[in-house]
Design a protein around this ligand. Structure first.
Ligand code: DLL
Length: 432
């Protein structure tokens, strides 16, 4: 089912007209209400009247996480606190968290885009949805929750963690849809095996997985182990939370709810817009938000936009699965390495588990990349010779795919710490 057919299947010109009108309103709002934005616009000699349509978007200055930190906590809100009805925050890797505020209208828009996303994923009213994203300051839990209620599905607000309970409720309540991070879904699969629960014992049909990067290989693994269709959902708290975009049943890129969030792709080095179809950094401008509208917000996520028609009938532009981030890309001895590339290599091998940790060190002037990876139970052996040959095989496969040498350390299954939230894949010990 298409939740909002008029918008989701609009002609490009129609969409542009909606976006342009909303953009004009947003620019007026931020210029008059947020001193930090006014200052930035004045610095480049812009007044709101200069922005007439989406074609003028590129004239506006960018916004970054640093701007949110500089105006911590509420300095970029455009309404008085009496109109803010919800506050979320994302834990920054350094310093203060990024704080976002929602008006009642913002919460309604959020429910709308999550409901659209659920419909894209093939979820319907009769589904029982177990929301295993964290409830709290993180937007995952509550974001999915209100979208499910708005759709009319039955939501189980179990939140993250408590794996045994997750499995018990899945069995007892007949959960048909699970929403959690892709890494946690694999952890659930592992716990199922331990508990002797087969996928056939459960009624899982769809998984709504996001909040961290994952690969096509990981998708296959999850789909096989849990017996469901694994759908990618994307979002970030600064823009709204989950539901910025989501895959449809064809799993060929995530449809962006572009009547609310206008996407652009820029070159992260030169900050110039990239030619259509090329990979670069994703930038969003929110055009309906009241609490904290963001202009040309740099997500740091790398992807490309696809404007071709989708088989599902939606015309909403699609973004490809995230390729990594412009800031988590590792440069090891001059070679650009994305953790997702290493993950792909591991998933292609039957002996390893998709649980790994990359540790980057600098010895003298030389970077070294160390990889801890779990070996599948049946391949883990007391025979050093056997393990050594597996270690060599992994080293060779990574070397030949990425062109980089890596020190591989094999560890027993379940040694690497599991989290109910986003998996931590990289520890960078270099002081650069
Ligand atoms: O992770 C919102 C969310 C919750 C999305 C539940 C999907 C499901 P933040 O904590 O602000 O918000 O983190 C946002 O997570 O910039 C991406 O780098 C990453 N991310 C989110 N979804 C995906 C995805 C939520 N599907 C940051 N694929 C974003 C890859 C993702 N990365």
């Amino acid at each position: 089912m298409i939740w909002n057919e008029k918008i989701e299947c609009a002609e490009r010109e129609e969409m542009k007209a909606i976006q342009s009108e909303r953009l004009r309103e947003t620019v007026q709002r931020i210029y008059h209400k947020v001193p930090a934005y006014r200052k930035k616009m004045q610095e480049v000699g812009l007044v709101p009247a200069d922005i007439r349509s989406v074609d003028d978007l590129h004239k506006l200055p960018f916004t970054t996480k640093q701007d949110l930190r500089d105006n911590y906590p509420f300095g970029m809100f455009t309404v008085p606190m009496s109109e803010i009805v919800r506050i979320h925050a994302s834990s920054g890797t350094t310093g203060k968290p990024t704080v976002v505020g929602y008006t009642r209208k913002d919460l309604n828009s959020w429910s709308e885009v999550v409901t659209r996303s659920l419909c894209m994923a093939g979820v319907h009213q009769n589904d029982i949805v177990q929301v295993a994203y964290g409830y709290g300051l993180f937007t995952g839990g509550l974001g999915l929750h209100y979208g499910c209620e708005n759709l009319g599905a039955s939501v189980i607000p179990i939140s993250g963690g408590n794996t045994q309970k997750q499995l018990q409720l899945m069995e007892d309540f007949g959960t048909t849809v699970v929403a959690c991070t892709p890494s946690y879904s694999l952890y659930l699969a592992e716990a199922m095996k331990d508990a002797g629960i087969k996928k056939e014992d459960l009624k899982l049909r769809v998984g709504i997985f996001g909040a961290e990067p994952w690969t096509e290989n990981m998708r296959k693994e999850i789909e096989t182990q849990l017996g469901l269709k694994a759908i990618d959902i994307y979002g970030l708290s600064e823009i709204i939370g989950p539901g910025v975009s989501c895959e449809c049943e064809h799993q060929c890129g995530m449809h962006i709810n572009e009547d609310h969030f206008i996407p652009e792709i820029i070159n992260p080095e030169t900050l110039e817009p990239m030619p259509a179809g090329e990979i670069g950094e994703l930038v969003f401008t929110t055009v309906t938000k009241e609490g904290i509208p963001l202009i040309r917000y740099r997500t740091r996520d790398l992807t490309r936009l696809i404007y071709d028609k989708c088989e599902c009938g939606r015309t909403l532009v699609r973004m490809e699965k995230c390729k990594g981030r412009s800031d988590d890309m590792l440069i090891i001895r001059g070679v650009n390495v994305f953790p997702s590339q290493i993950e792909s290599v591991l998933l292609e091998m039957s002996e390893t588990e998709p649980h790994y940790l990359l540790i980057v060190e600098r010895e003298g002037n030389l970077d070294t990349l160390n990889l801890m990876v779990e070996v599948q139970e049946q391949f883990f052996s007391d025979e050093i010779k056997q393990l050594e040959s597996l270690r060599k095989k992994i080293t060779h496969n990574i070397q030949s795919t990425l062109g980089i040498s890596v020190n591989v350390k094999l560890v027993e299954p379940k040694t690497i710490e599991r989290t109910a939230g986003k998996a931590k894949r990289v520890i960078d010990n270099r002081k650069l």
